[in-house]
Design a protein around this ligand. Structure first.
Ligand code: SF4
Length: 270
């Protein structure tokens, strides 16, 4: 079971229902991503192709023993198949752990139809994340060519706003890989999205092996500390500061290459 899904931090079950992304096939993958090149390196440690039943059974055991919430993720599949696959997995987990809600976050591409957003809402998942990655329009096109061609920046932003309307303010997350665009550009996007009830979050860019940016250097630690502090200011300005404490599905014990939980905890300990 530990090869099917893994515990992240202390009590978060990380469910990667598919270690594959279709953008690699068309060479339009996000340039910081290495999900496919590292797939073969991990073949002894993880099952790459999983049946939903396996995922459901693994989740049942994990929730019985240790897990309190889960993240669902996988790469891009075309024609609504990504949504279909993710919801199928959420349903399998729901069936195995019981109840009609799943405490967790589904991290998926922004749906290209509103009906998919409603489907996610109806699935019982607590949080939804459509990671736009980059706010600047030209850099988004350059760094995320697949996302740009298949969904497009405008549709992505529309889907985030629509999902916040349907699922509720503070329950929709937009992840960004920071360090690839100017700080001001990310903060402009964060402010815009926060104003629409979407929670912008930032990841620290790690130029991983196998990614197009392997060997590049991210900005300094101080750059990230300053950026994160300004991001948390935005959360506070827009009433999203309670995101960390009120949503037991996303916490400092399980997030990894981020700093915002540290900043929130630093402020609350003062
Ligand atoms: S959509 Fe981008 S970040 Fe996500 S798995 Fe595919 S290439 Fe990687």
């Amino acid at each position: 079971m530990s090869k099917v899904a893994q515990i992240r931090g202390t009590d978060c079950l990380s469910i990667c229902y598919m270690n594959y992304c279709g953008y690699f096939k068309t060479e339009t993958q996000c340039k910081f991503c290495n999900i496919v090149p590292t797939k073969m390196d991990k073949k002894e440690d993880v099952v790459n192709y999983k049946f939903t039943e396996q995922l459901g059974q693994t989740a049942a055991r994990a929730f019985k023993d240790v897990a309190k919430h889960a993240v669902f993720t996988g790469g891009r599949l075309p024609n609504g198949k990504e949504t279909e696959q993710c919801i199928k997995t959420i349903n399998a987990v729901k069936e195995c752990i019981g109840g009609n809600k799943v405490p967790g976050c589904a991290i998926v591409s922004a749906p290209t139809s509103d009906s998919e957003i409603y489907d996610f809402h109806d699935s019982g998942i607590s949080l939804l994340a459509f990671d736009l990655e980059i706010w600047d329009p030209m850099l988004f096109k350059e760094i995320c060519p697949g996302k740009s061609k298949t969904v497009g920046r405008d549709r992505w932003i529309y889907a985030l706003e629509k999902a916040a309307e349907i699922h509720g303010e503070g329950k929709i997350v937009a992840g960004f890989v920071t360090g690839l665009e100017p700080k001001e550009s990310f903060l402009e996007g964060a402010e815009y999205l926060a104003g629409k009830g979407v929670v912008p979050i930032n990841f620290v860019w790690s130029p991983g092996p196998g990614s197009a940016y392997e060997g590049e250097r991210p900005p300094s630690a101080q750059w990230y500390v300053d950026l994160t502090s300004k991001l948390v200011n935005i959360w506070e300005d827009y009433g999203l500061g309670s995101f960390n404490s009120s949503a037991p599905v996303w916490c400092h014990k399980c997030t990894d290459n981020t700093l915002y939980n540290d900043e929130v905890r630093r402020r609350s300990s003062k």
